[in-house]
Structures are given as C-alpha cells and as structure tokens.
Design a protein around this ligand. Structure first.
Ligand code: BGP
Length: 473
C-alpha cells in the first residue's frame, strides 16, 4: 500500500466465515452454540450442541481451508485492505490458559502473510463476538475483571505474534449495543458478552459493569499495543444508527438526540481520556455502582484511540411521544416513510452515512474508517451461472456518493471504506446464508447443502473498476 492511498476493501469476521469450529485445538466460542434462525424466527442460544440442530458457525463458508483462494479473489478486485477478526477461542481455547494454542496463532499468521503477499493491508479485530464459552461459564463473562486480564493477555499474544505485519488493530466490534438504559434482546447481549438479557439478574447493574469493563479493556489494550510496537494504530469499531425525529415537535427532536447520542458514551471514554461524568451521574441516580479507580483513570488517559471504525447500515426513527416503546423488534420500530427497506427491514439511508461521519468527526477530530456497510439481499443464481445484483451496486454506489461528500465537501478525515461481507458469509443476527452481502457468491444454502464454490457476481467487476479508477479523494 502506498501512503495516503484510500483503503478500499471489505470486512469479515471469524465466526461468520471460518468454520473448522473444532479443529486444530480451537475451543468452543459463544457463537458456536447459536443455531440457524430466520428473520421471523430468532436464533436459538443453546447450552450444549444438539446434533439435531444446525449451527452455522461450524462450517461457515470454510474460509479456514479456503482463505488462499478467497484472498486471491479479493486481490483480483483490487482490495487495498481486508478487515478480519481473530477468534479468541482459537488462541486460548478456554480463555484462561497459561500458554496459547500455537496452531491457532499459525493460522492467523498464514492469513496475514497471504494478505501481505497480495499487498492487502490487514486490519485485525481482536473481538468480534468471539469469546471462549468457558469464560462465560466459569467466570461470569465481562462482569468479572479477571476476564479483562485474560483479554489483555490474549491481545498481547497477538500483538507480539503479528508484530511488524499488522499495523491497524481494532480492540472490539460494536460493544456499543450494551447500554444499561435500554431494553435489549437476548441475541444482542449474547453476541457481545455471551449472556442472555432475559436471564440477567439486576440487568442495569450487569450491563453497566460489562460495558465499563470492556471499555477499560479497550483503553488498556491500546497502551499494550503501543508499548509492543509504536507503529501500531489502534481503533475500536462502533455500529451506529442515527435515530431521526418523527417530526419537528421539539420533544421528538430531543428524543432523537438522546437516542442517537446514547451509543456514544463508550466512544467518549475511549477518545476523551476519561470515562464521561454524565454517565457516572446517570448511574449514580439509578443506583448503579461503578467506581473508577485511580488506576482506571490513568488507563483512560493513556489509552486514547488512534482512529474510529464506523459500521453503518441504516438509520431509524426515534421513539416519539405516544409510541409503544416496548415493541420487541430487531432493528424494527417505526418505519421512515422517506426510505425504502431491505428485505430484512433495515432502512436504506445513504445520507445517514454522511450525517454520522460528520457527527463523529466533529466530536472527536479523529480519522475514521468505514469498517462495515452493505446490503443483505437474496441473490438469484441464474441458469447461465451469473448473479445480477444491481441492487447491491446501487446501494454501495449511493453510500459512496455520500461518503465522498463527507470527505470532499465537509472535510471529514475518512481513510477507508470496507464493505461488509465481500464474500457471502453467515448473517450474525439471523444465522442465514440467504442474507447475502458479497461481491462473491458462495454456493451454500441454509440447510447447509451446497458445493461451497465461489462465483463472481456482477458487483465484483463493478467494485474492481471503482477501485481502479480512484485511489484517493
Ligand atoms: C454488524 C456485525 C457484523 C455483520 C453485520 C450485518 O453489526 O458487526 O458481524 O453481521 O452487522 O448483520 P447481519 O449479518 O445480521 O445481516
């Protein structure tokens, strides 16, 4: 990669693509216990593996064995960067071992070497819903500060193992869905911390503690990364949704601000050098106990992020006076009449991307990389072997137009665009293969049949040409 070259590329996550869930010493990760679901039927979170049920992470798209072929295809598209995640349970199968699993380390070294061979910058996420189940069962997950220590030990192992090869690190993916102020669905608290919301005792206290410990773990990881290699650039990825007001009723505008803003307190903590006072006061009033020790305070001061990763898929409509706040929906709620939705009910809103890029940049002044964006859609494999995914091209194109406006007209420092799931993979929220994002089709169906063959979609060539045409803004 030449300096200042815009990082065109994509993002994938270990549990959604690797498969090989029990090979080469890997332990059981939290997502290995989650079944196949659909839009209508939520994924089931099991205590043990039931041989009669389907668990999509077990095979994924078999990236574990096919990474060379897959990376070659991404290189053919001209990718400048690929964001991967490391599955913690491959490195420390139970999470609390004294020594790491060398085969797990070797796999990621191989993947990173393969990327570098093709001149693709690896961007490595250390925690993308992949936590050893043992840490949840034995230690109670992130509620326990010991888990912070295990996480830091794991991070240190990977910083050392990939030193000099990986420059961009991401401490966590989307921890922002953890917020004690909101009701959560089981799948969201589970994917982040391995715990079901409905089974949590003292929900607010538990969520606040988990969130605090993860935030603290992130700032401490930043410091370790820099100590090991001052060249390391460390970010954290947040999945953000602007919540628009239903109308200009000032109360609704205020609701909109609050709903959008409530996902920012962890970013404040990671970028402003201290855990925000407003959050601590909020906790105090609610009887939530949280003590920021002196040691924690210096960790926040010393572990500020180098960049912010933004996952953006859609906007929403904020709760308004008189609506039913308790309505149980996954990204549902009130639909915006100005926007169309994907088949999975996600509002398609390119302008929301420009809005967020501006909001984040003006608040923190840090470089931003779009770490996820894309359209989950049903693709049709035609008889002639082609996939005409014009809807995907249109989606990405429109979002890129807004990104360009943010960079060129609003002067936002955005240094890359990583499309989510450039090769079809398992959906995180529903577990489906049918919900496809890729430029590359994977022949695999929800009943786990299929040859796993990779087929280029129409969007493959489109993205390839786009990358060729534009190396900076
Ligand atoms: C993000 C996650 C990804 C990815 C994406 C799309 O929140 O970071 O892992 O899955 O959402 O969601 P889904 O796969 O459910 O369509």
């Amino acid at each position: 990669m030449t300096k200042n070259e815009f990082l065109w590329g994509g993002s994938i996550a270990a549990h959604q693509c690797e498969g090989a869930w029990d090979q080469d010493g890997k332990g059981i990760g939290i997502m290995d216990l989650v079944t196949q679901g659909t839009y209508e039927k939520p994924r089931e979170i099991c205590k043990t593996i039931d041989p009669d049920k389907l668990y999509p992470s077990h095979e994924g798209i078999d990236f574990y064995h096919r990474y060379k072929e897959d990376i070659a295809l991404l290189a053919e598209m001209g990718f400048k960067a690929l964001r991967i995640s490391i599955d913690w349970s491959r490195i420390y199968p139970k999470g609390d071992e004294a020594e790491p699993n060398q085969l797990g380390i070797q796999f990621y070294q191989n993947v990173v070497d393969e990327l570098l061979k093709h001149d693709i910058e690896p961007i490595v996420t250390l925690y993308h819903f992949e936590m050893p189940v043992h840490l949840v069962r034995e230690y109670g997950s992130w509620v326990n500060p010991k888990v912070v220590e295990f996480y830091l030990n794991y991070c240190q192992t990977m910083f050392e193992a990939l030193k000099g090869k990986v420059r961009y690190w991401v401490t966590f993916n989307e921890m922002n869905h953890i917020d004690p102020q909101t009701e959560a669905s089981d799948i969201f608290t589970y994917i982040i911390a391995g715990l079901k919301y409905t089974e949590m005792e003292n929900k607010k206290q538990t969520l606040a503690t988990i969130s605090y410990n993860m935030t603290l773990a992130s700032v401490k990881a930043v410091k370790i990364a820099r100590t090991i290699d001052p060249e390391n650039q460390v970010g954290c990825v947040f999945g953000l949704t602007p919540a628009y007001p239903l109308n200009c009723d000032p109360q609704n505008v205020m609701n909109s601000f609050k709903e959008t803003d409530r996902e920012f307190y962890q970013i404040d903590a990671m970028c402003m050098g201290k855990f925000p006072e407003y959050k601590l006061k909020e906790y105090q009033v609610q009887g939530i106990e949280l003590i920021v020790s002196e040691e924690d305070a210096s960790a926040f001061a010393e572990g500020k992020l180098d960049f912010i990763g933004l996952n953006y898929y859609s906007s929403s409509v904020a709760h308004y006076e008189g609506d039913d706040e308790n309505e149980e929906t996954l990204f549902g709620g009130t639909q915006n009449p100005y926007l169309q939705q994907s088949k999975w009910g996600w509002a398609i809103d390119p302008t929301g991307l420009r809005y967020l890029l501006n909001y984040i940049y003006r608040r923190y002044g840090l470089p931003i990389i779009i770490t996820e964006n894309g359209l989950g859609a049903v693709d049709q494999l035609e008889a002639d072997g082609t996939i005409q995914d014009d809807y995907r091209i249109e989606y990405v194109q429109k979002h890129l137009e807004q990104m360009e406006k943010a960079i060129v007209e609003d002067y936002v420092d955005c240094f890359g665009y990583l499309m989510w799931g450039p090769i079809d993979l398992v959906s995180a929220t529903t577990g489906e293969m049918k919900k496809r994002y890729g430029f590359i089709y994977v022949d695999k169906n929800d009943d786990q049949t299929g040859s796993l063959a990779r087929i280029k979609k129409k969007s493959f060539t489109w993205y390839q040409e786009l990358i060729k045409a534009k190396s900076t803004f």
